[in-house]
Design a protein around this ligand. Structure first.
Ligand code: SAM
Length: 222
């Protein structure tokens, strides 16, 4: 089974404020998703690592009557998603990892936002990408948002991120968070993202978005 980065306690309850603070342009990026995936014919969408349901919320009312499945292994994150989305009859929420989903059931598109950089590149990243690819129809679009770059690129872009943070944050907290990103997470280079996509059965990915250390990627299942 994939390694899991569990979001609990303060990390789950403070999550939405956290992403707003730490990912400049996060809501801009989220709002692009329905348009990016609008040419999908088979509107059955898989949101891998759906967390509190941020991506799902955007598709509930999007044109095309999407059917949305969100999966996340963190009980606290998915319970926040359940609270927000339980009345939506086009949403299914599943506590678990992608590998737990029936591999016979196929989806027409998928997203994986802010998950891959928590997984080591020791087979864990690839196995999650393969689990997703296995559940997509050929040609299905797949969007990722992830901390990306080689060591030098990430370190330079962390300096940019620091400049873009909102005013009034505690300096010690800023430095500890930047330190954690630099030393405890598992970003890979742009070349490695392409290699992982190829190995998992995706077309060469296109980097269509960047905000400091965060890159948005679009690819298709082969
Ligand atoms: C930073 S949150 C992102 C949530 C959501 N995608 C968003 O953009 O708001 C990362 C999520 O990935 C989930 N996660 C951790 N390991 C995972 C895995 N192996 N497969 C799928 N999701 C995972 C965590 O439980 C957490 O909810």
């Amino acid at each position: 089974m994939n390694k899991i980065e569990i979001f609990e306690n303060g990390r789950a309850t403070g999550y939405n404020q956290f992403v707003k603070t730490w990912i400049p342009g996060y809501h801009y990026f989220l709002n692009l998703l329905p348009k990016l995936l609008s040419e999908t014919e088979y509107k059955d969408l898989l949101i891998a690592g759906c967390g509190t349901g941020n991506e799902i919320e955007l598709f509930i009312q999007a044109p095309g009557h999407w059917k949305i499945t969100g999966v996340d292994p963190s009980p606290e994150m998915i319970s926040q998603a359940r609270e927000k989305l339980q009345t939506c009859d086009n949403v299914t929420l599943i506590g678990g990892v992608v590998a737990d989903l029936d591999s016979e059931k196929k989806y027409g598109a998928a997203t994986l936002l802010l998950v891959l950089h928590f997984l080591d590149d020791n087979g864990d990243k690839l196995s999650l990408l393969k689990d997703i690819a296995e559940r997509l129809v050929p040609g299905a679009r797949f969007v990722m948002l992830d901390i990306t770059g080689d060591k030098h690129q990430v370190s330079q872009n962390l300096k940019v991120l620091k400049l873009l943070l909102p005013d009034g944050l505690d300096e010690e907290q800023i430095n500890s968070r930047l330190n954690r990103i630099e030393n405890d997470l598992f970003p890979v280079s742009e070349e490695r993202v392409s290699e992982l996509c190829a190995a998992a059965g995706f077309e060469p990915p296109l980097r269509f978005f960047q905000s400091s250390i965060y890159m948005g990627w679009l690819t298709k299942k082969k």
